[in-house]
Design a protein around this ligand. Structure first.
Ligand code: NAD
Length: 364
């Protein structure tokens, strides 16, 4: 039996369909009487829906400038509005960008933060905040960053475009994959990781052809919640570090970058005996794997028709070597040692969009 540590976050989660109607009572429970609602410019209609449910006397204003990678000048502007309006809470409704803004405001001001996610990115379940200042992204972990409560409503996902549904769903699976081989993994997180992956792997192909399928939307969000808990609970490794490096340095879109890198990072880490157990478990929830997690991931991508690469996302070829240098500059925990040649081959393959595999000497 392994020795392990399990720490659980203590925030409240309400999950279901039509749960947005419970928002007024959820705000009462956390004693928030006057809140600033946060969203992106693309989701003002959803923010207005929130405002009409809680009333303009509680939802006193909408701040609609949430931006990817949480730039600090946007946070400063939002804090100013919160102070001018004298609110005692914030409600973030949106994807990871909006949730990130909510976290950035709450850690600066101590304001309660109720979070209503509308993508599968999982930020609402983590004590992690990434912020950008002068083009540099820094990340910190602090238990006070975890939102006060989280409201999941599957209805809010009806407007999520099909491609983002698939990409964001894979982004969630990436959290589970790395949780399975995390150095500080534990049996609880392993259960969540496998169940979350299973749920998403069942739901995503259905949503791709029938994006209003309520059962699949429910399943996908349920899986994403579990994967978000994995992200918030154990240390992520090579895959997340690469996404962070590439996303920040080359300004690449978040979910798509995860999608491109995941099979390659998985293949890299599958090449060490240290991950044999994790890989066998992962293979067990990936249809078509025949016991090989990399094969199972490739099969999932084929089924979903995923055809993305770093080149197509706008990264120049010279970026491959730059990315390798940055990826190796700050060492971090990973089940397989960080080897320059192998990392370069991983990024090169992701750049061209070749199928992931352990079948070349350079990657091995
Ligand atoms: P996003 O929040 O940037 O959203 C992408 C676009 O989709 C936005 O225009 C948004 O308005 C729109 N959108 C979101 N939900 C929608 C819906 N239901 N219907 C219609 N449009 C919708 O994308 P994301 O991938 O969710 O988040 C990415 C950001 O989150 C990155 O900055 C990343 O670093 C951060 N993140 C942080 C953590 C963490 O734990 N700190 C975890 C995951 C992601």
């Amino acid at each position: 039996m392994d020795t392990f540590e399990y720490i659980s976050a203590s925030h409240r989660v309400v999950f279901g369909t039509g749960t947005l109607q419970q928002l007024p009572s959820m705000l009462k429970t956390i004693n928030a009487t006057s809140v600033l609602i946060l969203c992106t410019p693309q989701q003002i209609a959803t923010a207005q829906q929130v405002q009409s449910i809680i009333g303009h006397d509680v939802g006193v204003a909408i701040f609609s400038d949430a931006t990817m990678h949480t730039p600090t000048h946007i946070t400063d502007a939002a804090v100013l509005v919160a102070q001018e309006k004298g609110v005692d809470g914030i409600v973030s409704v949106g994807g990871g960008s909006t949730v990130g803004l909510g976290k950035a405001i709450s850690i600066r001001t101590g304001l309660k933060h109720l979070c209503i996610p509308t993508t599968y990115a999982g930020s609402e379940m983590t004590p992690i905040l990434g912020e950008t200042e002068n083009g540099r992204k820094t990340t910190r972990r602090d238990i006070r960053i975890i939102p006060t409560s989280v409201l999941y409503d599957t209805d809010l996902f009806k407007t999520l475009p099909v491609n983002l549904t698939v990409y964001s769903g894979i982004n969630a699976i990436a959290h589970a994959v790395e949780a399975l081989y995390a150095t500080n993994r534990n049996p609880i997180i392993e259960l969540l990781a496998l169940e979350g992956t299973r749920s998403l792997v069942e739901a995503l192909p259905v949503l791709q052809t029938d994006d209003q399928n309520t059962e699949a939307r429910y399943k996908a969000l349920y899986g994403a919640w579990l994967c978000g808990m994995c992200l918030g609970s154990v240390d992520m490794a090579l895959h997340h570090k690469l996404c962070h490096t590439l996303g920040g340095t080359f300004n690449l879109p978040h979910a798509e970058t995860h999608v491109v890198l995941l099979p390659h990072a998985l293949a890299y880490n599958a090449s060490t005996p240290a991950t044999a157990g994790a890989m066998a478990k992962l293979a067990g929830v990936l249809p078509g794997s025949e016991g090989d997690a990399v094969k199972g991931m490739n099969a999932l991508y084929k089924r979903l028709g995923i055809d993305l690469n770093l080149k197509g996302l706008g990264m120049a070829e010279e970026g491959v070597d730059e990315a390798v240098d940055i990826a190796l500059a700050n060492p971090y925990k990973n089940p397989r040692g960080l080897e320059r040649e192998g990392i370069r081959e991983l990024i090169r393959r992701a750049w061209t969009g070749e199928e992931a595999g352990r079948d070349t000497k350079r990657l091995l």
